[in-house]
Design a protein around this ligand. Structure first.
Ligand SMILES: Nc1ncnc2c1ncn2[C@@H]1O[C@H](COP(=O)(O)OP(=O)(O)O)[C@@H](O)[C@H]1O
Ligand SMILES: [Mg+2]
Length: 361
């Protein structure tokens, strides 16, 4: 496994994944800061709807286009940040592939599209991948850091490039665009099941709109398929790495290994593991703290001695779990970020995080 500091200076794409609340957004922003400090032009993209990226950087708002947030003195690097707007990005994709402005307008004005572009599960992830390709193709960035939503959605992100092609392979689309087939009465059982499922999400009046929507895509499939293939090649290629962010808490280990397994099954390898919010080491070993607590039991300092022993025991548990986490990233070193004294809510805090991320082992 390549050290994280090498990934920060050499990769084109870093995808931060892991369970919610472990510090993914903080680490993603920290990686961006570290890259900027190392002289790279970096952009952090968040698809986390919780606005945590703006909070972490300490700015009020982030838009759908990269905005500069940090320019370290003398490094030549820069950090920009953006928060994905799924609908705006989807509209851009439709416009890109439409044969004419009229075709794009017809799709964008379709009520079914309006619902799908905002609510279909996986759309957000798909658009994040779209945005990633877009930023990559712009040639403006040396490094793109992607912050993903919590674990339960993470597979959707990994599979996002396949989403639209799956939609195009779906029986409804196949039926309504098949040459010689006409109205919905000709739609077969499988397609009807799909439509019924969709109508539960977006309402019963959807059927006509849906048919019109799928018809509206005629001639655009190849563009979508090509782009999905390119996205998969970019994410699965040597320029991209997945960074698994985990905490050393007892319940975090299972989630982290679950994610690593699923990522591997989807064909993406974890190249680095970051353990966040690691407890500061105690001065006494667990055995020493135990002995001290024994000796002071009943004395005035029994309480603090007990607390120290508990801290040392918790620290020892963390060390065991951190060694287990190392296995998830191919057995190489794990990068540790300590629990900081306060929440990370400005550039100073992020620079502290970045210092740990870019430290050489
Ligand atoms: N190393 C750290 N020390 C102190 N607070 C942290 C640290 N890492 C993250 N936090 C705080 O934990 C909270 C969750 O972090 P966040 O990055 O939003 O997690 P996630 O994106 O995984 O949901 C935030 O309030 C953040 O400031
Ligand atoms: Mg987050």
């Amino acid at each position: 496994m390549t050290g994280l500091s090498t990934l920060i200076t050499q990769r084109r794409v870093l995808v931060c994944c892991g369970a919610g609340g472990v510090g993914k957004t903080t680490v993603a922003a920290g990686l961006g800061v570290a890259a900027a400090v190392a002289g790279r032009r970096a952009v952090v993209v968040t698809i986390d709807p919780a606005r945590r990226l703006a909070d972490a950087i300490g700015i009020p708002h982030l838009g759908n286009q990269p905005a500069e947030v940090f320019r370290p003195e003398d490094s030549g690097g820069v950090l920009a940040a953006m928060m994905l707007d799924t609908k705006a990005t989807f509209d851009g994709v439709v416009s890109r592939f439409a044969a004419s402005p009229e075709q794009a307008e017809a799709i964008i004005a379709n009520p079914f599209y309006g619902n799908v572009s905002a609510t279909l599960s996986g759309t957000q992830d798909y658009m994040a991948v779209e945005k990633l390709l877009d930023l990559h193709d712009s040639g403006l960035w040396d490094l793109i850091v992607v912050d993903t939503p919590p674990t339960r959605d993470a597979l959707a992100f990994l599979e996002a490039p396949r989403l639209l092609t799956r939609l195009l392979d779906n029986p409804v689309y196949q039926m309504v665009t098949a040459p010689g087939r006409g109205a919905l009465r000709l739609v077969g059982g499988a397609a009807r099941t799909v439509l019924r499922r969709l109508s539960r999400v977006v309402g019963a009046a959807v059927v006509d709109d849906a048919v019109a929507f799928f018809r509206g895509f005629e001639g655009m499939e190849q563009g979508f398929r090509n782009r999905a293939a390119r996205a998969l090649a970019l994410l699965g290629g040597p320029g991209a790495s997945f960074v698994l962010v985990a905490s050393a808490r007892a319940d975090a280990l299972d989630e982290a290994s679950w994610f690593a397994d699923r990522a591997a099954a989807a064909g993406f390898a974890i190249d680095a593991v970051v353990v966040n919010r690691v407890s500061p080491p105690t001065r006494l070993s667990r055995a020493e703290a135990d002995e001290l607590a024994e000796r002071l039991s009943g004395a005035e300092l029994a309480g603090p001695a007990r607390a120290l022993e508990e801290l040392a025991a918790a620290g020892a548990g963390e060390r065991t779990r951190i060694s287990a986490l190392a296995g998830l990233g191919g057995g190489g070193p794990v990068t540790e970020v300590p629990q900081l004294a306060s929440d990370v809510s400005d550039l100073a805090g992020l620079q502290a995080v970045a210092g740990h991320l870019a430290a050489r082992p």
